[in-house]
Design a protein around this ligand. Structure first.
Ligand SMILES: [Zn+2]
Length: 299
């Protein structure tokens, strides 16, 4: 699934909440309007309110309105209806379950999008968890344990190197799912799709790129799979990668990478400030996964 499709799906979920909230309120109103007493009270209240608004009321109108309202709430009580049942109870009070505030994504929609990326994105296999791991290689198993601890501690970054099929994506996926279980916001992307998103936003303009970068800095754990498979675009790939790493570290957010490249190859591919951040031992746990390609070994 593309990010756009995931966003549409997330929007549908948020819309679904709004429809359900509105339907529940509508149902209650529908039920009440089939009760003669309620209907009469409502009618009287409306005309008293109209009188008042039009200046046709007398000194009794105000009192009448209050009395009618009191009678209506007594009737609600007798029927076992809460006053809150009459108005839609939206899950998100910020956007009333519309997903947007002034054209910007509300945090409820962003949360839904992240949840979908974890639950339903094609890069994530739900069965890839630390518990399910059958890693037999001693060195790799030790790396798994360390990374699990790092996810729990929520401090360090992780850079996983190693050949194709040594379990890097598995480990990133397990980390993503554990972090989500720990109620952290998580975003799992491939370097390829991240780079494409950055380029598109860059071409769209300053506002688009800053919105994208903000949302990328915002997530607690950002996992970037397969670094090195993306194209290098001048003024885009290296620049934004550096900005991202920098701002995320200032915000104390964790970033995990996997790459098929060796440290030497990383050095040749990215500019120095990016590489020095990627492999900084003070902030980053760098580990190489070893072994045969699991995908061919299993066959
Ligand atoms: Zn919202």
């Amino acid at each position: 699934m593309t990010k756009q499709q995931l966003l549409q799906l997330a929007k549908r979920i948020v819309d679904g909440r709004r429809f359900a909230a509105e339907e529940a309120a509508d149902k209650t109103m529908y039920r009440l309007r089939h009760i003669d007493k309620w209907r009469n009270l409502e009618h009287e209240l409306r005309s008293a309110e109209v009188d008042l608004a039009m200046g046709n009321g007398d000194e009794h109108t105000q009192g009448k309105i209050a009395a009618l309202q009191e009678e209506m709430s007594a009737l609600l009580k007798a029927l076992g209806v809460q006053p809150t049942d009459l108005v839609p109870q939206y899950s998100c009070k910020l956007c009333n379950d519309t997903g947007y505030i002034d054209g910007k994504m509300c945090r409820c929609l962003r949360a839904e999008l992240r949840r979908l990326i974890i639950d339903g994105g094609n890069v994530i296999c739900k069965e890839f968890t630390f518990e399910n791991s059958t890693e037999k290689d001693k060195h790799n198993a030790a790396v798994y344990r360390q990374v699990e601890q790092i996810v729990r501690n929520g401090v360090q970054n992780v850079l996983l190197t190693g050949k194709v099929g040594t379990g890097k994506t598995y480990l990133l996926t397990a980390s993503a799912q554990l972090a989500a279980q720990l109620e952290k916001s998580v975003l799992f992307v491939t370097a390829y799709s991240l780079n494409a998103d950055l380029l598109a936003a860059h071409l769209e303009g300053v506002e688009a790129i800053s919105t994208l970068l903000n949302s990328l800095v915002d997530v607690d754990l950002l996992l970037i799979d397969d670094l090195g498979t993306e194209k290098i675009y001048n003024n885009v790939t290296g620049n934004y990668l550096f900005t991202l790493l920098n701002e995320r570290s200032v915000a104390h957010k964790q970033t995990f990478f996997s790459t098929n490249l060796t440290l030497q190859q990383l050095n040749e591919r990215y500019d120095e400030r990016v590489v020095s951040r990627l492999i900084d031992k003070n902030t980053t746990f760098v580990a190489q996964l070893t072994g045969k390609d699991k995908r061919t070994a299993a066959r």
